[in-house]
Design a binder for this molecule. Structure first.
Ligand SMILES: Cc1cc2nc3c(=O)[nH]c(=O)nc-3n(C[C@H](O)[C@H](O)[C@H](O)COP(=O)(O)O)c2cc1C
Length: 333
């Protein structure tokens, strides 16, 4: 395994990263993942145009904790000058790296030329990265997909282009834009990208436990980014770290510890966004935590009714109490 790389002045021993996920990877969630061993965290994608024009709602997505080192902010767009301005805002706010989104498959984003649409415009993408590199002194990184569709799996050539443009690392989600989140990430293609460039390549896609993490880690990558596998399971980073160090994989936290993490997350999210918006965000995050627990369908219905921190306390009690013996055994499994 070739895990580990430097990002600016920061050494990432195992290259263990939390993948950016809109609506999920807020500061409170990133903190939990970091506590369990995530070495690099990234904000969800933020519109470069909105940042350039100082949009308050978007600026709030650039919340960063002083304890979060290193942390990257991810921006999307397709206009070099706008991306350069947004990158400067990211640097002003103390982030340690700025990441360009070249993976988002959503038509609202690709329709404006951003996200994975840039995979079909390598010249424009290179100009975007060059403009960002000129504008800031923090490292500029790029997150890409395998390609636009099955006929055009251009990730290796695209990554080389990003490297020439000045990108300091590339994360590869091994699915095409056409696949969205279906099928499996192509790990051989990720390995090919890793062998095609000299900059660190972080592999991404379908890491859900130590075994799948090890399988990806053995593909010449310098790091592994975990997305959905970390939703409701921030401790996956502890499992991966142990696996990468050849140690036995620690058991998942028991029910009570999980619920305590959920309580902490709820308070963290409400601290960031206020109780009304915070609890809307928590409906989804809490459901992820409670997945697979006995009584999960009823608990999920309670998640949908979260409107205040008080409701979260009721939900936590409900999860603890019903049905106690099975719940404890199930959560520990
Ligand atoms: C709900 C959700 C939101 C996402 N938001 C972003 C995003 O803002 N930026 C980005 O680059 N990728 C985003 N992704 C993609 C993930 O970062 C990751 O590449 C993808 O989920 C594959 O990794 P996984 O199999 O570990 O989940 C998102 C994925 C999900 C499921």
């Amino acid at each position: 395994m070739r895990l580990g790389f430097r990002l600016g002045s920061h050494e990432l021993r195992h290259g263990l990263a939390l993948a950016p996920m809109a609506g999920n990877t807020n500061l409170a969630y990133r903190r939990l993942c970091r506590r369990f061993g995530a070495e690099l965290t990234t904000t969800e994608m933020v519109s470069s145009r909105a940042l350039r024009y100082g949009d308050e709602k978007s600026l709030r997505l650039l919340e960063r904790g002083d304890d979060e080192v290193p942390v990257a902010a991810q921006i999307f767009g397709a206009d070099p000058e706008t991306l350069a301005c947004a990158a400067q805002e990211v640097e002003r706010r103390g982030f340690h790296a700025v990441d360009l989104n070249v993976g988002c498959p959503v038509p609202k984003i690709t329709g404006c030329g951003g996200g994975s649409a840039l995979l079909r415009e390598p010249d424009l993408a290179a100009r975007c990265v060059e403009a960002m590199v000129r504008a800031v002194s923090i490292p500029v990184t790029v997150k890409i997909r395998a390609g636009w569709d099955d006929r055009d799996r251009n990730a290796p050539a695209f990554a080389r282009r990003m490297e020439e443009a000045g990108a300091r690392a590339v994360t590869v989600h091994g699915r095409t834009r056409e696949q969205k989140y279906q099928g499996l990430a192509d790990r051989e293609l990720i390995a090919e990208v890793a062998r095609s460039v000299a900059i660190p390549v972080v592999g991404n896609g379908d890491v859900v436990d130590a075994a799948s993490g090890l399988d990806l880690a053995r593909r010449d990558v310098a790091g592994v980014a975990v997305g959905r596998g970390a939703l409701g399971r921030p401790w996956i980073f502890r499992e991966l770290r142990a696996a990468f160090e050849g140690r036995p994989v620690p058991a998942a936290p028991g029910l009570e510890e999980r619920l305590e993490l959920l309580r902490e997350l709820g308070h963290g999210v409400c601290g960031l966004y206020g109780e009304t918006i915070g609890m809307k965000i928590m409906r989804r995050l809490a459901a992820d935590f409670l997945k697979g627990m006995p009584g999960a369908p009823a608990l999920r219905r309670s998640c949908n009714r979260l409107t205040a921190l008080q409701d979260l306390e009721v939900l936590l009690r409900q999860a603890l109490e019903a049905p106690p013996a099975q719940a404890r055994a199930g959560a520990a499994a």
